[in-house]
Design a binder for this molecule. Structure first.
Ligand code: ZN
Length: 383
């Protein structure tokens, strides 16, 4: 991903922490042959007060309206979980509590420093109660206001307010209809992390609904473990197109061959991570979000001609002297590159900057076809 989210956005992770306390309370009771539904005892104020009503168990005999009877509380779902646990052995219960802990060791899992069991590794009878319980916990983040405050912190801290997974989808303001909130570790495989803010990331709708979907960020399609970027602990990435080959790609709508794009990801200078590990994470990012494919097909091939038109306007602007000497041409391309670099992610300028950095390189290296092409574009009097 192109940049990370501030860790401060995850500070209100109390619902997940309360669930952890309640689960420990349930497991501890069962170990001591006790059964209790006094789960509120396990959590401190003010959260006890905030959750008290939701922890109540529905007395279905008192509800005559059938549709209301279907609406189970968090307490009802905890009760289902507890009942399913009662039928399991001590060893199986330990396995489940360990899976809860391991699935929420998110930073370590993403670095490949630890592993965890998935839902399908757990005893069959407990899978559905776990899934239902934690999906319900995720859903109540919205009425509790946690989800909106989490998003607002990220939105307010971000300069560009753009999806960091692709760099091209704008995020709407916090009062707009909500952006997707992705379960970075999918809730289908890692349901215990479904309400953990460290696992919840605002994501553009295309990245979320067309590309990532339910892909497992921790394992590839063959089930092999892979490393992934941590959205809450991540340095910026720069794009380089310097290895691209001009006039070697598909034919553009001006009839000219576009460059054959070679996209490289460059770590931030202050990235202290082992470069092999970092590259493994880049590979996962690209595999899950189809980054190179999307950049080539949807942005670079489509934008190249328009971006050259923009450069022509820049060179012809009254405040800019149209370049004449070779040095002036190089300076013009460099200045335009710098201007786009300063724009950052705005309007995909980071990719535009990479295109002109690549063209400048070829210009300086004396690539006559590139030199003539740029001059023709800028000097074309018919436009
Ligand atoms: Zn995106």
């Amino acid at each position: 991903m192109l940049f990370g989210y501030p860790i401060e956005a995850t500070s209100e992770n109390w619902l997940h922490e309360c669930l952890e306390e309640i689960l420990k309370f349930i497991h501890n009771n069962l170990t001591n042959s006790k059964i209790s539904t006094g789960w509120a005892e396990a959590i401190a104020e003010p959260y006890r007060g905030l959750l008290q009503r939701r922890l109540n168990i529905t007395d279905k005999s008192k509800i005559t309206d059938k549709s209301k009877r279907e609406r189970l509380t968090l307490g009802d779902k905890l009760l289902n979980y507890q009942r399913s646990l009662q039928n399991l052995t001590d060893i199986q219960r330990e396995q489940i509590l360990k899976a809860f802990s391991d699935q929420n060791n998110i930073a370590s899992l993403l670095c490949g420093n630890s592993t965890c069991e998935t839902l399908k590794d757990l005893p069959e009878d407990i899978r559905q109660p776990i899934k239902v319980l934690f999906e319900s916990a995720f859903e109540i983040l919205t009425p509790l206001g946690v989800r909106d405050r989490h998003y607002k912190k990220i939105y307010d801290e971000s300069l560009d307010r753009i999806c960091p997974f692709c760099g091209s989808e704008y995020f709407d303001a916090p009062s707009a209809p909500r952006e997707a909130l992705d379960h970075y570790l999918s809730k289908e495989s890692y349901p215990f992390a479904a309400a953990n803010l460290h696992n919840l990331v605002p994501m553009g709708n295309k990245c979320n609904s067309r590309y990532k979907l339910t892909q497992d960020i921790l394992r590839n399609d063959d089930g092999v473990c892979r490393k992934s970027f941590n959205p809450y602990n991540h340095q910026k990435i720069t794009i380089s197109l310097d290895r691209s080959e001009p006039f070697a790609g598909i034919i553009g709508n001006t009839g000219e061959h576009l460059p054959e794009w070679e996209i490289d990801f460059i770590p931030h200078p202050q990235n202290f991570e082992n470069i092999d590990i970092w590259e493994e994470k880049v590979t996962t990012w690209d595999e899950v979000f189809y980054i190179k494919e999307r950049y080539k097909r949807d942005i670079l091939d489509q934008g190249f001609s328009k971006w050259l038109t923009g450069f022509r306007s820049w060179c012809r602007h009254p405040r800019t002297n149209t370049p004449h000497s070779e040095q002036e041409w190089i300076e013009a391309i460099q200045n335009y590159t710098n201007y786009n670099e300063e724009m950052g992610l705005e309007d995909r300028a980071f990719l535009k900057a990479a295109v002109f950095r690549m063209l400048c390189l070829h210009y300086k290296n004396g690539n006559q076809r590139v030199i003539q092409f740029i001059k023709d574009v800028v000097n074309d009097v018919s436009i």
